[in-house]
Design a protein around this ligand. Structure first.
Ligand SMILES: Nc1ncnc2c1ncn2[C@@H]1O[C@H](COP(=O)(O)OP(=O)(O)O)[C@@H](O)[C@H]1O
Ligand SMILES: O=P(O)(O)OC[C@H](O)CO
Length: 497
């Protein structure tokens, strides 16, 4: 049996999924791992725990499906992006826990870079905003704060990697140190046009080039796994950041096609073709996956809190038992009765970028009950996504014909219908919503000829359900203007981020 093994290394869990030639899921194994919060605003992962859990689920899924290593045509890797690790090239030991993308410890350093006037240079070169979100200032922090790290880095003894690099390094027994170009485009060190490390940014941040991995394409064979991991060797044929992998897995391979992933947060990406379109509306520009031998770019809007707001209803308020209960509770009322929830629990991401905003619940009356709050929570997710969607249409001057959706909360029909209503655009949910892993599988499978070309995989994608807009124009306008008002109340609430 020929299969492709996708390793999906996410922020809270490691998953391994086997796909067959029809793009169907053959088996899944998943392990959660620990989140470390050593100080307010800091988030760390144990890199060895990431590797051990990822290796364990890969072994588990193969055993579950009765597959041998020789049945696996290739491994494709997809990962939480921006999470930053330095390790010793000789011993393979990390010199510090991985600093996770959500970590805000470099906010002060970022402010000083902005104050010194480097914002435009960073924007023009990398397509990103100066923010602790990206790797560059995290590397700088590690070099400044781990004793001896800078000298060791300058002597070429240390390696930097995002989680794709770390997994490839481990899988190949320390023989291959690479990163794929989509992950590289989230470091704030990549020149978007040349797709090479940018020397002027390395100088600006005092980062020695000797640390950096070689940049490779998302779909090519990087090496083989060490035989100790699966009994026999397996080719590693692809890697991509999870949001770019999802864009690819949704077959958004043509200019103007967009997807939104509803997980803990929301990430909307649009394929903008072969030019790195610059945003005038505070979106980010990154490299998209391409298996067609040309460079392609994506515009991205990241919303920090989406499904996490539903978890707050469950864990913080205790008004639902599991996340999926939110839909029936929200359906217990005909509308939110004027209640709006702005889930700015961690500030606001795109397109507002307000670190000082906080969660806000407005429009409460004596008649408000938990059904209205549940409904307002789902609507708050959809309104945030609609703001990003508008920014994307403004930036590109294009009408996005439909929004393809995936991720845990895309299972919620009420949310998807409201999303379509409020954006006045169809929302399309595919049959396979494991699109992140599927994208990684496609990239690896294409590299080894398991799938012939991009046209072959295009024929695999199938819609499961289309949500068609049905709210009247005037109602949409009314609701969006009330949302804008609620948003305004949530903004600039705190004085310290
Ligand atoms: N039926 C549902 N309605 C709304 N939210 C949901 C539903 N099912 C899951 N979620 C939310 O989706 C998120 C999990 O989705 P997932 O794609 O696994 O996220 P991640 O990859 O970020 O961990 C959780 O935040 C959860 O609250
Ligand atoms: O691991 P996820 O699915 O939460 O995605 C994290 C993103 O890649 C962060 O940019």
């Amino acid at each position: 049996m020929g299969v492709v093994l996708a390793l999906d290394q996410g922020t809270t869990s490691s998953r391994a999924i086997l796909f067959d030639h029809a793009g169907s899921v053959v088996g899944v194994a998943q392990q959660e791992f620990e989140q470390h919060y050593p100080r307010p605003g800091w988030v760390e992962h144990d890199a060895d725990e990431i590797w051990n859990s990822q290796h364990a689920v890969a072994v588990e899924v193969l055993a579950k499906c009765d597959c041998k290593a020789s049945d696996v045509e290739a491994i494709g890797i997809t990962n939480q992006r921006e999470t930053t690790l330095l390790w010793d090239r000789t011993t393979g030991q990390p010199i510090h826990p991985a600093i996770v993308w959500q970590d805000r410890r470099t906010a002060g350093y970022c402010d000083s870079l902005v104050a010194a006037g480097h914002g435009q240079q960073v924007r023009d070169t990398t397509g990103l905003l100066i923010d602790p979100y990206f790797c560059a200032t995290k590397i700088h922090w590690l070099l400044e704060n781990v004793p001896g790290a800078r000298a060791r880095a300058e002597r070429g003894e240390l390696a930097f990697g995002t989680i794709d690099s770390w997994l490839i390094w481990k899988l190949t027994g320390g023989r291959v140190h690479v990163t794929d170009v989509t992950n590289a485009s989230r470091t704030m060190l990549l020149n978007l046009r040349t797709c090479q490390w940018d020397e002027s940014l390395l100088d600006l941040l005092s980062i020695p080039a000797a640390l950096l991995p070689e940049i490779v394409e998302s779909s090519e064979v990087y090496g083989e796994t060490d035989a100790q991991w699966f009994g026999e060797t397996i080719k590693i044929g692809g890697a991509a950041g999870d949001q770019q992998a999802a864009l690819f897995g949704q077959n958004c391979t043509r200019h103007g096609m967009a997807k939104n992933t509803y997980g803990t947060g929301c990430f909307m990406l649009m394929n903008v073709g072969e030019q790195p379109q610059r945003s005038e509306n505070k979106l980010l520009t990154s490299v998209a996956c391409s298996a067609a031998g040309r460079r392609e770019y994506a515009l991205e809007g990241s919303v920090f809190v989406a499904g996490a707001a539903v978890q707050w209803l469950r864990d913080g308020l205790g008004i639902i038992e599991s996340s999926s209960d939110v839909e029936s509770l929200a359906r217990s009322v005909p509308d939110s009765d004027g209640v709006y929830l702005v889930p700015a629990f961690a500030g606001l991401g795109a397109p507002h970028w307000d670190a000082y905003a906080r969660g806000t619940l407005v429009g409460l009356t004596r008649g408000t009950h938990r059904g209205h709050i549940a409904r307002a929570t789902l609507e708050g997710i959809a309104f945030q996504v609609a703001d990003v969607f508008d920014a994307m249409q403004k930036d590109t001057g294009m009408n996005i014909a439909e929004l393809r959706v995936d991720g845990g909360a895309s299972a919620n029909d009420l949310l998807m219908q409201f999303q379509a209503d409020i954006m006045k655009t169809p929302v399309v949910r595919p049959k396979v919503i494991e699109t992140t892993a599927l994208g990684a599988a496609y990239l690896a499978g294409l590299a080894v000829g398991f799938w012939k070309d991009i046209h072959e995989i295009e024929s695999i994608w199938e819609a499961e359900k289309v949500f068609t807009p049905s709210l009247s124009e005037s109602e949409v306008e009314h609701r969006r203007s009330r949302w804008a008002e609620a948003l305004h109340r949530a903004q600039a609430w705190e004085t310290e981020a």
